[in-house]
Ligand binder design. Structure first.
Ligand code: FAD
Length: 397
């Protein structure tokens, strides 16, 4: 990596499996090894994903099996209270839990209203727990996808769509308002580029409203987009000029294939970077720009990439900042990259993990994404399984 050569070497390592998996019983360790081995087979993942979706559609009673296997690895439970055990476990290691209500793809207004109420309950729960530093939301949890698409394309809305958008904005604002009252920040996730302009507009307008003293509302920037460094610089300038604190979660981005396929099919220039290296460079550059502008930005590095995580520890060291400085967070997903989360937390950095929860059937799209990401093809898997095996070996000796 070009950027990491310019800063001091950090002392953190991610190799200590005793720190990473010390909280797992033998049974839990064996279970994770078994599950990650299963997920290493792309054909099996493909078949199981389709079968599970079909079974749920046909009301086959498979939720029990899903709940006892992949759901257990990647989700906290079906309800907030079912997550308590995971929150406590993470808390013991000084890792915060970010409750992630994982209902996706709904289209009905009553579902959006129920999700809004749930997200407000999430914020209240966080306010009363020392182990939940932040909450998060997806705008598609409270708004119709096609409405966001139309808004993003600057198409003219019908009268009823304008009223619908008014209700969406009120929902999002009520969630952010509660976040501000509770002083519990909220991360607004990034989604597909063809609905993202509408999400950005909402997130950035609420940032201006609620981020006067500190960042309460966070937007998300996907660095697999080639236009996001400019977006970041512009946001920092605006924050400085207008007197608010930008809040940004940086991720690489979850919809690469879908984005490239759509651009190709519709004949427009892809918003995606030309290769992984460009994504990695922009990701690390975004961390560097942010650390150089801490008067105007608070941020979270949402990543499982070891080099980027290490690079951020080096930037913190280089600037002479406290490891647990309030405005810099590291974050991973529950059930993944514990070697990064637990070793960073053990070294004294601010770490949190997205902890998805919700009815098993609603969590299926999320679980399928995790399974696909963990197949041998995607590559992440090898590392995870190797470390789990290493820990098993360590315990045997
Ligand atoms: C806490 C947290 C919150 C998240 N929130 C969001 C969110 O709000 N929105 C969202 O979209 N995703 C989100 N993600 C998922 C994230 O975008 C990534 O998909 C995932 O974390 C993998 O990227 P990585 O940084 O961990 O590391 P890596 O495994 O090093 O990178 C993999 C990523 O690199 C990029 N990439 C791979 N190949 C190429 C290529 N050929 N060209 C260009 N880029 C390439 C892709 O983005 C791919 O996902 C979140 C992840 C975490 C940990």
């Amino acid at each position: 990596m070009t950027t990491s050569n310019t800063v001091k070497q950090s002392t953190v390592t991610f190799e200590n499996t005793e720190i990473a998996f010390g909280n797992k019983s033998k049974k839990e360790l064996d279970f994770s090894i078994w599950l990650f081995r299963m997920m290493q087979r792309p054909a099996l993942v493909n078949f199981a994903s389709k079968a599970a979706l079909l079974a749920i559609k046909m009301r086959f009673p498979i939720t029990g099996i899903v709940k006892a296997t992949i759901f257990k690895q990647f989700c906290g439970g079906e309800t907030i209270s079912e997550c308590d055990q995971s929150i406590i476990e993470l808390g013991k290691a000084n890792i915060g839990a970010i409750l992630d209500y994982s209902v996706e793809g709904a289209n009905e207004e009553d579902v959006f209203d129920r999700t809004t109420a749930e997200l407000i309950r999430n914020s209240d729960k966080a306010a009363s727990s020392p182990h939940i530093p932040v909450t998060c939301m997806k705008i598609t949890g409270v708004a119709r996808f096609n409405l966001l698409k139309k808004l993003s394309a600057n198409e003219e809305l019908t009268e009823s769509e304008r009223a619908e958008y008014g209700r969406v904005f009120l929902r999002v604002r009520s969630i952010c308002e509660r976040a501000a009252e509770n002083q519990v920040p909220i991360y607004i996730d990034a989604e597909e580029t063809w609905i993202q302009p509408a999400i950005d507009r909402m997130a950035e307008s609420l940032m201006r409203q609620y981020n006067k003293e500190r960042a309460i509302v966070f937007t998300t920037m996907q660095m697999y987009r080639w236009d996001q460094l400019d977006h970041l610089k512009k946001l920092i300038q605006e924050a400085q000029a207008e007197g608010f604190v930008a809040g940004v979660k940086f991720v690489r981005g979850a919809y690469l294939e879908k984005e490239n396929a759509r651009a190709k099919e519709m004949g427009y220039k892809t918003p995606m970077q030309p290769n992984k290296e460009s994504t990695d460079n922009d990701y690390n550059e975004a961390l560097k720009i942010s650390i150089d502008n801490l008067d105007n930005i608070e941020f979270c590095a949402g990543t499982h990439n070891e080099k980027s995580s290490l690079y951020l520890t080096e930037l913190i060291l280089e600037k002479g900042l406290e490891k647990n400085i309030q405005n810099v967070y590291f974050s991973q997903l529950y059930g993944m990259s514990d070697h990064i989360s637990y070793n960073l937390a053990n070294a004294g950095y601010n770490v949190s993990k997205y902890l998805p929860y919700g009815p098993v059937k609603d969590a299926m799209p999320y679980l399928i994404r995790r399974a696909e990401e963990n197949t041998a093809i995607a590559g992440q898997m090898g590392k995870e399984l190797n470390l789990l095996m290493k820990e098993k070996e360590r315990r045997a000796n």
